[in-house]
Design a binder for this molecule. Sequence first.
Ligand SMILES: NC(=O)c1ccc[n+]([C@@H]2O[C@H](COP(=O)([O-])OP(=O)(O)OC[C@H]3O[C@@H](n4cnc5c(N)ncnc54)[C@H](OP(=O)(O)O)[C@@H]3O)[C@@H](O)[C@H]2O)c1
Length: 216
Amino acid sequence: MRILLTGGTGLLGIELLKLGADLIAPRRSDLDITDASAVADYVDELSPKVIIHAAAVTNNRDIEADPSDALNVNIKGTVNLAQACLGSQMRLVYISSDYVYKGDRGNYSESDEVLPSNLYAWTKLAGEAAVRAVANHLIIRTSFGASIFQYPAAFADKWSSKQYVDEVAPKILNAMIDTNAAIFRYEIYLRCAWLLRFNIFLETSWFTSMTTRFMA
Ligand SMILES: NC(=O)c1ccc[n+]([C@@H]2O[C@H](COP(=O)([O-])OP(=O)(O)OC[C@H]3O[C@@H](n4cnc5c(N)ncnc54)[C@H](OP(=O)(O)O)[C@@H]3O)[C@@H](O)[C@H]2O)c1
């Protein structure tokens, strides 16, 4: 199965590529997703069965300072990919974020109300809106971080349900072939929006092992 991956040089993309699936992952220099005609031509020529769209501008602080890149890449870029899929059976798998939820409680379901608390999440939600126009789509609202804990210290009283990226990547590939799925939510979400609101998100930690405690 021919699969096009955007964002192959990113944290998630690198992990997906390690899994050895049949992924074709052009670098940004080969396919800039903000270029509508380049996207249309590339998709037309490659004619993939699935597009995993993981390219995005993800640095929340940069986006708050200047959202123009995020508007271009996260919204227009996603619109370009969605448009390239229209009228075909191509499956568009969109890597969205748990930040689309308000984040003041856990255990969100796919049908729960969304209310982003930062610009990054609004751009991801706008991307979701475009993806929904594609007949065969899958939106994955996930949360992950690097496999190695990056911080010297951790809060003991802050919780989220982030997973390690190497745990999330195989789940995404499995979900990709589940044709019954339209929106997937991996794990629950707890208090992250609060952390973002108080601008301490870079200092917080995440504890995969505690996820099940909140799911119980
Ligand atoms: N990391 C998280 O905690 C998290 C959580 C939930 C959801 N997500 C979503 O998961 C996806 C992957 O996240 P990540 O953490 O792997 O992101 P990342 O490490 O920031 O990587 C972003 C990727 O997007 C590419 N990109 C940016 N602008 C582009 C453009 N104009 N054209 C083509 N490619 C472009 C980058 O290419 P360059 O290398 O050339 O810059 C890079 O490969 C994103 O959609 C993100 O919103 C992330």
